[in-house]
Design a binder for this molecule. Structure first.
Ligand SMILES: [Zn+2]
Length: 164
């Protein structure tokens, strides 16, 4: 397994077993442990969700969010698990937290819209005008490999306005 150096000016790829970054010397092992633990919880939560054990999934995602409050993906997963458990208030609360960080997050917007419309989630008929409820099966993110630093910000695509 590879891990990117946590030093934002470096980000060199290192073997996850390396004691320190080969480029800048930043100690890596405590970072790797920190990195892997929430990813393990997250993956365990996904597994539970796929098996329909949403209570356990919710608790695992809640733990990830506790560790990494800015982890939007985990918070969305937590909201979905709450949603599956018909804990709409908690789902809405979590999605609002997502939107506080990421106002255009599609899943959170859909979820809140659906909850605010107060549709019982089993009663949506095909062809209904309301947006379909987020489904755990299709919306749950893929398991994390730990290849990328969990705490690294995902790079947004760079926009360049160049004129020739
Ligand atoms: Zn480094």
């Amino acid at each position: 397994m590879k891990v990117s150096c946590p030093e934002s000016s470096c980000q060199a790829e290192n073997d996850a077993r390396a004691q320190e970054c080969r480029r800048c010397g930043t100690p890596l092992q405590s970072y790797v442990r920190l990195l892997q633990y929430p990813a393990q919880l997250f993956n365990a939560g996904l597994l539970k969700a796929r098996n329909g054990s949403f209570e356990q999934a919710r608790d695992l995602f809640a733990a990830v969010v506790y560790w990494c409050p800015k982890d939007i993906e985990a918070r969305n997963a937590l909201a979905l698990a709450c949603f599956e458990l018909h804990d709409l208030m908690e789902a809405q609360h979590q999605w609002k937290q997502v939107l506080a960080q990421s106002p255009t997050n599609v899943l959170a917007l859909q979820g809140i819209k659906y909850i605010e419309a107060e549709h019982p989630w089993d009663d949506v008929l095909p062809g209904s005008t309301s947006s379909p409820p987020p489904s755990v099966a299709t919306q749950m993110p893929v398991p994390r490999s730990g290849k990328k630093g969990l705490f690294h910000k995902r790079k947004s695509p760079q926009r360049r306005d160049r004129r020739g």
